[in-house]
Design a protein around this ligand. Sequence first.
Ligand SMILES: [Zn+2]
Length: 99
Amino acid sequence: MAVSTRKCPACGQWSNWSQNPDDKCEHCGSILDPQGLRARQLQEEEALRQKKNLNIALIEIYPYDSSLTRFGKRIVQGFQLTLMGIISFIIWVVTVLAG
Ligand SMILES: [Zn+2]
């Protein structure tokens, strides 16, 4: 990755900058590109939201499905719900351990 320099928004000194949003000033430790960092955080939040929506997308059962299809779909739904429960549990454990 190309290394360039960037003027620190906090102290006005020039620092080496590898164009990462979370690179810090060599002189005062401030974030060199706060706007870039914020933009990346928003991107990550959006990706997380989409992943969550994906998890909640349960298979749908229609009234015109045959009893065999409905039975199969119920099993898939049960599997999806179990998976969601496990994922929620893991997230809960990680949150508790991190806190
Ligand atoms: Zn600085």
